[in-house]
Design a binder for this molecule. Structure first.
Ligand SMILES: Cc1cc2nc3c(=O)[nH]c(=O)nc-3n(C[C@H](O)[C@H](O)[C@H](O)COP(=O)(O)O)c2cc1C
Length: 170
């Protein structure tokens, strides 16, 4: 699968098979995040890779729409410095997330972000230090519905190019 194909076909997957991911595949995913670009190459992230089911279940309760974490084979918490202090931080975290998700998709592994609204609860569960913050975690796993790997883009897919692109000025 080439990059354009991965970008075109990737969709959010929220229901997963219980099959564990291979360690090599987990490392491919984490390395893709590690290789992402970042502001001034600051690499403002630590990744907490979670395969422990009780921890995934607890983390799934830290956001209103985070329940897919409970069924994931792997969760990756993208822990950053305080994102309110530098606007580039969440952009950087998003780059790492996108790289991990695309690398996973190439391996037939689906994923979905989860917004972490209860970040202090998450800190207690994952035990990261107080100068670090968690706003986004990712679920990974083989899609329960394998057809989703080869389905055409969703009906409610993306806006058309002329709805979003302005040439030279707005
Ligand atoms: C920053 C961000 C936060 C998101 N938070 C959640 C979330 O909390 N729960 C969830 O189920 N999906 C979440 N998503 C997934 C989006 O809903 C999904 O990417 C979007 O609907 C497009 O899905 P598609 O690629 O399958 O069309 C989030 C995505 C992003 C980029």
């Amino acid at each position: 699968m080439d990059v354009s194909e991965a970008i075109r076909t990737k969709r959010a997957i929220r229901q997963f098979q219980q099959t564990p991911l291979k360690n090599d595949d987990i490392l491919v995913i984490l390395n893709a995040g590690r290789r992402a670009q970042s502001s001034k190459n600051s690499q403002p992230w630590q990744f907490i890779a979670i395969t422990d089911k009780p921890i995934l279940l607890a983390l799934s309760k830290c956001g209103q729409w985070a329940n897919h974490l409970a069924g994931a084979a792997l969760g990756v918490a993208i822990v950053t410095p305080n994102p309110t202090e530098k606007f580039q931080t969440m952009f950087d975290a998003g780059q790492a997330a996108a790289y991990m998700q695309l690398a996973a998709w190439e391996l037939g592994i689906g994923s979905c972000p989860a917004s972490i609204y209860e970040d202090e609860k998450a800190r207690h569960i994952l035990r990261f230090p107080e100068e670090w913050f968690l706003r986004i975690a990712l679920s990974f796993g083989y899609p329960l519905n394998e057809n989703e790997l080869i389905s055409p883009p969703r009906k409610l897919g993306r806006k058309k190019i002329d709805e979003i692109v302005h040439w030279n000025s707005w």
